[in-house]
Design a protein around this ligand. Structure first.
Ligand SMILES: [Zn+2]
Length: 233
């Protein structure tokens, strides 16, 4: 669904009024509406690597992707010490987050996670490299929201969850929509919105992928409502 620019303008006006009226927003909800630009943050990469790079394996040459990874990770302190690998793979979505396959044989505290980034745009119609840097941060933020979910589950629960996600449409829908909501709660709503707007505008997206997205994820309008809801608390 396309959002009329007037609605967006009204939304930003609304946020402005909230900030003017209430400068002490709930510490749990970050209503930061800033856009992330690669050039503004690239100098911080070394600091991010020192602060959050422990147990992280970023298997990519893409500096934009690496930086977006750390900017998004910054909003998920629970994951700062977790073992996370990021790598490219040909998958039928843009990104995918999952526990390392050997998780069942490991203690939960030692569990490792993987985030795959699609490197074959022919499978989806989307080339992640065309996403704005801001949208890329939002997209990775959504994947971290999944890791927060997995991290709360025992090994047994995680097995049950994976089975549900694969075979039950409702589980998939609930999981994806919750991940979107968590991303917004972490203050990455505008970033998520940017990523979704890119998806909606992109006419190269495969029919199948578009259908799956519309069915299981928050729409642009729902994201805006959710950002407002979070900011009003
Ligand atoms: Zn997802």
């Amino acid at each position: 669904m396309r959002i009329h620019s007037t609605i967006l303008a009204l939304y930003f006006l609304h946020i402005g009024i909230i900030f003017a009226q209430n400068s002490h927003l709930s510490p749990k909800i970050n209503c930061d509406t800033a856009y992330f630009h690669f050039e503004d943050y690239i100098d911080s990469m070394k600091i991010y690597e020192t602060q959050m790079g422990k147990n992280k394996n970023l298997s990519t040459n893409d500096e934009r992707l690496k930086l977006a990874f750390f900017i998004a990770l910054n909003r998920y302190p629970e994951l700062h010490r977790k073992r996370i690998t990021l790598k490219h793979k040909a998958i039928n979505s843009t990104m995918q987050a999952q526990p390392s396959p050997d998780f069942f044989f490991q203690r939960k505290s030692k569990r490792a996670y993987r985030i795959f980034v699609n490197n074959n745009p022919d499978l989806t119609g989307i080339n992640y490299e065309e996403l704005s840097f801001n949208g890329l941060v939002g997209w990775i933020g959504h994947e971290f929201a999944h890791l927060i979910d997995y991290n709360a589950m025992s090994n047994r629960e995680l097995v049950g969850f994976i089975v549900g996600y694969v075979f039950d449409q409702r589980t998939m829908r609930k999981t994806e929509r919750n991940a979107d909501k968590e991303t917004i709660k972490r203050g990455l709503g505008i970033q998520l919105l940017d990523g979704v707007a890119f998806f909606e505008k992109n006419n190269k997206v495969s029919k199948k992928y578009r259908k799956r997205k519309q069915k299981n994820y928050l729409s642009e309008a729902e994201i805006i409502v959710d950002i407002q809801r979070n900011c009003n608390h």
